[in-house]
Ligand binder design. Structure first.
Ligand SMILES: Cc1cc2nc3c(=O)[nH]c(=O)nc-3n(C[C@H](O)[C@H](O)[C@H](O)COP(=O)(O)OP(=O)(O)OC[C@H]3O[C@@H](n4cnc5c(N)ncnc54)[C@H](O)[C@@H]3O)c2cc1C
Length: 465
């Protein structure tokens, strides 16, 4: 748990997006005392706030309280890479094990629709978050990555998805979109937008408040039980309680092994001149990555910077979370080196911002959303770093479940799924960090030999990829 009460200035220093947010970070008042509502939501990130917004839009008479330990947008929702994508960490093949081909296709269609709806809902609520749907380009930089890129597209076709969902680019086409080094080709989709996450999440907080939702900041939830949420400021009684704490869930009593908090770190360059952008590409603000195993991600920001991030930070024993883990010199230096290796023209640019945050990883990398009617406890999360658009779908699905509406969303193959819990320590620590080490080693060996890593392939197969 966080030890000291941060100030508005502390919140502003959390990331580039926090610093650039034009509004105030001064916390809203805490819960004033005991209260009763229809729905209590724990956590004011995208999951909690999209759910509150969809609920209150559908039923303006609902009494909803959102309880946030820090401020809305404190967590991953305010600090992420701003990819609003239809990516889902679970492969279609893995989903197919427990769902029909129609349901797998419905899931992909729902995710693709969510990308567009994030943009249209933001516009409808008057939120200017720089949403630009320029698609996503995942570069193949080396023979092993090209083999994987081709396999992804073949897999898409096998599940009935056409070039609209995933397409292959040759080296020349890819290079025109993203002029990175060593490009042999790419996979691309148009179902991705770049956005400023802090502006979106803060805009959502204002939108729900305008509609009468109670948003209480500086209100840590100490315990969640059926029909009841305990905080130091009072108890909230509610028919439905939603746990929307994602990467922080491990800190809630009884939930230590639900989702592993894994850190993703980011940096941003100074605003780049047009002459550099002409050499880099990204004219349409496509988000970009490459086909390496250890995730990297980047976007051209609305003010012309490159915001770039990746995994590789250590998992901390006992699922510990600390602001100290948001910045790791070794990982940030590695990210900078990776960025310069991608775009050598960036060699001399200044890195102005470095930050990070934690996201929630379920044991089987399969996100889930659901409501247990017997306890009234609802949940959503475990997005493994793909939560920006997925949390919108979660919010709409939770709204359906809470209002007891049966819709195509309520039978999607992530609804009511119960994921196996993580192993106790030290196995969890060994397992998560071993996977990071494996991915790092596999990427290095693929770059050296050009051959796909068998060990990494075996890991992905174990997850059903
Ligand atoms: C650096 C980084 C980059 C990422 N990049 C992308 C990306 O480009 N695209 C993408 O799709 N996803 C990305 N993700 C993942 C994405 O940001 C998350 O999946 C998503 O924001 C999760 O939203 P959430 O509302 O579920 O959780 P959060 O935004 O983490 O919100 C949880 C909230 O709960 C609050 N809370 C926790 N415990 C308590 C408590 N006990 N009482 C009260 N409140 C509590 C926290 O303060 C927090 O505000 C990234 C994540 C990180 C960290």
């Amino acid at each position: 748990m966080t030890q000291l009460t941060p100030t508005a200035q502390d919140y502003r220093r959390l990331s580039l997006w926090h610093e650039q947010y034009p509004g105030s970070w001064a916390p809203r008042p805490a819960l004033p005392g005991d209260t009763a509502v229809d729905v209590a939501i724990v956590g004011a990130g995208f999951t909690g706030l999209w759910t509150a917004l969809h609920l209150i839009r559908q039923d303006p008479t609902l009494r909803i309280a959102v309880l946030e330990r820090e401020v809305a947008g404190f967590g991953a929702s305010g600090r992420n890479g701003g990819w609003c994508s239809a990516l889902f960490p679970t492969s279609w093949r893995r989903m197919r094990r427990c769902a029909s081909e129609q349901h797998v296709q419905a899931m992909q269609t729902a995710l693709e629709r969510s990308v567009v709806e994030v943009g249209s809902d933001a516009t409808a609520e008057g939120i200017d978050c720089g949403f630009t749907q320029g698609g996503m380009v995942s570069l193949a930089r080396g023979p092993a990555q090209l083999t994987r890129a081709r396999a992804h597209v073949a897999d898409a076709r096998a599940h009935g998805f056409g070039p609209d969902t995933l397409d292959l680019l040759d080296a020349e086409q890819a290079g025109k979109r993203v002029a990175a080094s060593r490009v042999l080709g790419a996979v691309t989709t148009r179902h991705c937008a770049a956005l400023d996450p802090a502006r979106l999440v803060r805009g959502l907080a204002e939108a729900v408040e305008r509609r009468g939702v109670g948003l209480y900041e500086q209100t840590p939830v100490l315990r969640i039980a059926p029909g009841q949420v305990d905080t130091p400021h009072g108890t909230v009684r509610a028919d439905i309680v939603l746990t929307a704490t994602e990467g922080y869930t491990a800190e809630l009593p009884g939930h230590r092994r639900d989702l592993a908090p894994v850190y993703s770190l980011m940096l941003a360059t100074e605003p780049l001149p047009d002459t550099l952008w002409q050499q880099i590409g990204l004219a349409d603000r496509a988000t970009f990555t490459d086909e390496r195993h250890l995730t990297i991600y980047g976007q051209r920001t609305p003010d012309g910077r490159l915001a770039f991030g990746g995994r590789g930070a250590p998992y901390h024993f006992g699922s510990r979370i600390s602001p100290a883990y948001d910045r790791d010199h070794r990982v940030h230096q590695h990210l900078r080196d990776t960025l310069v290796e991608l775009f050598p023209v960036l060699r001399d640019v200044t890195i102005t911002h470095r930050w990070g945050g934690n996201l929630g990883v379920p044991r089987d990398w399969y996100p889930s959303v659901g409501l247990d009617r017997t306890t009234g406890i609802a949940w959503a999360g475990g997005y493994v770093g793909d939560g920006v658009a997925t949390s919108h779908l979660a919010g709409r699905t939770l709204t359906d479940l809470i209002l007891e509406h049966t819709t195509p969303r309520t039978s999607l193959p992530w609804v009511r799924r119960r994921t196996k819990r993580w192993e106790p320590e030290p196995l969890r620590w060994l397992g998560v960090n071993a996977v990071t080490a494996l991915m790092t080693h596999a990427d290095r060996s693929e770059q050296r030999t050009g051959r796909p890593s068998m060990a990494a392939a075996a890991f992905w197969r174990s997850l059903g990829h």
